[in-house]
Design a protein around this ligand. Structure first.
Ligand SMILES: Nc1ncnc2c1ncn2[C@@H]1O[C@H](COP(=O)(O)OP(=O)(O)OP(=O)(O)O)[C@@H](O)[C@H]1O
Length: 367
């Protein structure tokens, strides 16, 4: 029988470790996953990553899930290592803005992870216009805040902290209500447990364009490497561009460098995604988000804010945008009111001038 670890069970870490140590040889789990995915039918395929293929599946109990099937290669054990790492990390976490883990199957050559199915594509697909109707500034801010909450949770509220190491727009899944869920924990690492230690020394993992230069140089990994990637992601959210745009002019190829130059030259609006509506609120938000990105992208990790601080700054920006938009709504409705008053006044004056009354007079005025 497929082992679908219930959410409440996932926190019995001891039980999970036992499962991992002994392995779960669920010979009957595989047929059930075969059935749920239509024998891994291409029609049910929803994505392909470097380490496996993702399928949409319907379990017997009616639950729709995403099934990630590892590309198991006996000559390349690193593939299954990435998968097992993802299982281990997913089993330790639960947060509204992280993709939910249901269970896994390991049997002979099959290694399968069963996770929550998120229906609305990735953030990158939305920014590319392949999904959805284009994201407005308020939606982009909400998404950035959701991601900041998810990473803050990983850094602050798990013990030991978890460093994701692959924060990028294609790893952010969106729900129908445009809530963001961080996915893909294949590269995640447990952070330092000992308060006297500042970093972990480890080989470089991640995606080009999002990688912390200090980690690249020193092989020292801390939570601040995720903060750096989050800074790249913020620039991506604001500009709509990918971190590396190889077809652009030389000075525009590295998006963070180009966007921060625009910010430093006092023309942040130039870096704003052309699909974003221009308003006082959105332009101000773009500038403020780029300022936060600039801090996240500081060359030295000590100068970067914590993810918690990033979330707080983003809350402040969202609050300002809401205030500006409600003020401008109030102003436009009050100017509408004033215009109405003027028109009524003019109507009355004209009525008295021409000695006419009723709806004809209104027609006359509107002519
Ligand atoms: N839980 C899910 N619900 C819906 N779609 C998903 C889910 N997980 C992944 N996908 C889809 O499958 C694609 C591949 O996901 P996967 O995590 O395997 O790789 P990736 O992050 O795109 O690439 P890589 O692992 O090489 O960085 C995603 O881009 C997404 O479109």
């Amino acid at each position: 029988m497929i082992k679908l670890i219930q959410i409440k069970d996932m926190f019995r870490v001891k039980k999970f470790h036992l499962d991992v140590r002994e392995g779960i040889h669920q010979d009957r789990g595989v047929p059930r996953i075969y059935k749920a995915t239509g024998k891994f039918s291409p029609a049910n395929k929803i994505g392909e990553g470097g380490f496996g293929t993702v399928y949409k599946a319907q379990l017997e109990n009616g639950l729709t899930v995403a099934v990630k099937r590892a590309k198991v290669d006996k000559y390349d054990p690193s593939l299954s290592a990435v998968f097992k790492n993802e299982i281990l990390t997913l089993s330790k976490i639960e947060h509204l803005n992280l993709v939910r883990f249901y269970g896994y199957v390991e049997h002979e050559a099959e290694l399968i992870i069963v996770i929550e199915y998120i229906s609305n594509g990735t953030l990158r697909e939305h920014l590319d216009g392949k999904c959805g109707n284009g994201l407005e500034i308020a939606e982009r801010l909400d998404i950035a805040i959701d991601i900041a909450h998810a990473i803050s949770y990983l850094h602050t509220y798990t013990d030991p902290p978890i460093i994701h190491r692959d924060i990028k727009a294609s790893n952010i899944l969106l729900t129908d209500k445009l809530r963001a869920k961080v996915a893909d924990f294949g590269f995640a690492r447990l952070g330092v447990e000992d308060p006297g230690t500042t970093h972990i020394s480890t080989q470089i993992k991640g995606t080009a364009g999002y990688l912390d230069p200090e980690y690249l140089r020193t092989y020292q990994l801390t939570e601040k490497s995720d903060v750096y990637s989050f800074g790249v992601l913020l620039v991506e959210i604001i500009t709509g561009r990918r971190p590396i745009e190889s077809k652009k002019r030389l000075d525009e190829r590295v998006t963070t460098r180009w966007a921060l130059k625009r910010l430093n030259d006092g023309e942040a609006v130039v870096a704003m995604d052309s699909r974003l509506g221009r308003s006082v609120g959105s332009i101000q938000a773009v500038e403020e988000v780029l300022k936060l990105a600039r801090q996240c992208l500081a060359p030295s990790r000590q100068s970067r804010p914590s993810m918690r601080k990033c979330a707080e700054v983003l809350w402040g920006i969202r609050k300002e945008v809401r205030e500006i938009s409600s003020l401008s709504n109030a102003a436009s409705s009050s100017s509408f009111h004033t215009a109405n008053l003027i028109e009524t006044h003019q109507t009355k004056s004209l009525q008295s001038l021409f000695g006419i009354e009723g709806s004809d007079s209104l027609m006359f005025v509107s002519l």
